[in-house]
Design a protein around this ligand. Structure first.
Ligand code: 2P0
Length: 317
């Protein structure tokens, strides 16, 4: 048995589109920030009595094809046909709009590596997590993480800068508890096959990735956040143009985006926004501006996160 914890991440440069959907190879490279306050804790217990895996999420037995895919990969590496009981819980509501699959799959990768004695190193763990959910490859490490495109062997998350060296902060603004209507996996498939802007997105977001790496190297943090905001809007633009059209925003999403723009121009507070595959908005800022941003957005339900650590094993026997 082994237990691991992992944190979700927010992409500053988005993963949106797959080069190979079977093994989650991305069509675009991405960059994310691992988040401190939110945590998934997962135990993997091998049980020779079981004739299939049992997955319990937040106390409820759940069927999850992504978990099965990973566990089959684990057994293949281990060369052991033995099943496991996997218990996972999040300390954050999924309604906050953070991708719990990123932290969830990263924690399963770590705990299985230990429980099944796979002996995987960092890169092997990041590849295994990617099989479950693309964004999970970026939750193996803390701080700022890049995920380049490439092959099964070369495309996985790797640390750019440790959490203590990243002066950024992220507020999640909860707009609605409604579940997202279309999964990221499905949306990426629809967009890549129908959106006329998709080839431009792939080219342009790849350019953003290299620009972002430069900005990080030069510690140009505000420019990085401005680029992240623009990258998120471009991801939504490619969705809007797909058939069927994919609209993740709710009226409140737009209200918050417009409030951010107003504050940027009228008050010169460095606050930017990002949105993923759902209606909730993330406010991106610098740690030294957290108080001002919290005051400006005090009417909303805010949850603050700072740069977090990578996934780790916390218990085993
Ligand atoms: C990201 N998202 O970069 C992007 C931006 C959502 C919007 O990665 O199909 O659950 O399992 O590889 O990782 C969410 O997608 O998708 C995601 P799969 P995943 O964070």
């Amino acid at each position: 048995m082994a237990r691991a914890i992992a944190h979700p991440n927010i992409a500053l440069i988005k993963y949106w589109g797959k080069a190979d959907p079977l093994i989650n190879l991305p069509a675009v490279p991405s960059i994310s920030l691992t988040l401190s306050e939110l945590e998934t804790s997962t135990s993997v217990t091998i049980d020779p009595q079981l004739n299939q895996d049992v997955f319990i999420l937040n106390g409820k037995e759940t069927i999850n094809p992504k978990v099965e895919l990973m566990m089959n990969a684990v057994r293949k590496i281990a060369k052991k046909e033995v099943f496991a009981s996997i218990k996972s819980s999040n300390n954050f509501p999924t309604s906050a709009g953070y991708a719990s699959s990123a932290s969830g799959m990263a924690a399963i990768a770590l705990a299985s590596n230990q429980a099944y004695e796979l002996g995987l190193d960092h890169d092997g763990l990041a590849r295994l997590a990617r099989l479950g959910s693309g964004s999970a490859t970026r939750s193996i490490d803390g701080g700022l993480v890049s995920w380049p495109t490439g092959t099964d062997v070369s495309s996985f998350g790797r640390a750019i800068l440790p959490p203590e060296e990243v002066p950024l902060a992220v507020f999640s603004v909860t707009t609605t508890a409604a579940n997202k209507k279309i999964s990221s996996t499905d949306a990426m498939q629809i967009v890549s096959s129908t959106s006329p802007y998709y080839p431009t997105w792939v080219q342009n977001s790849t350019d953003d990735y290299f620009k972002a790496l430069e900005l990080i190297k030069k510690s140009k943090w505000e420019d990085l956040l401005a680029l992240a905001q623009n990258n998120a809007l471009k991801m939504h633009a490619v969705n809007l143009a797909a058939r069927p059209e994919i609209i993740y925003w709710q009226p409140e999403s737009l209200a918050i985006m417009q409030q951010v723009q107003k504050i940027q121009t009228e008050k010169q507070i460095p606050v930017y926004f990002s949105l993923d595959a759902g209606p909730n908005v993330k406010l991106l800022t610098l740690q030294k501006w957290v108080k001002e941003v919290a005051t400006e957005f005090a009417t909303w339900d805010l949850q603050l996160s700072l740069p977090g650590k990578g996934a780790q094993i916390i218990d085993q026997n």
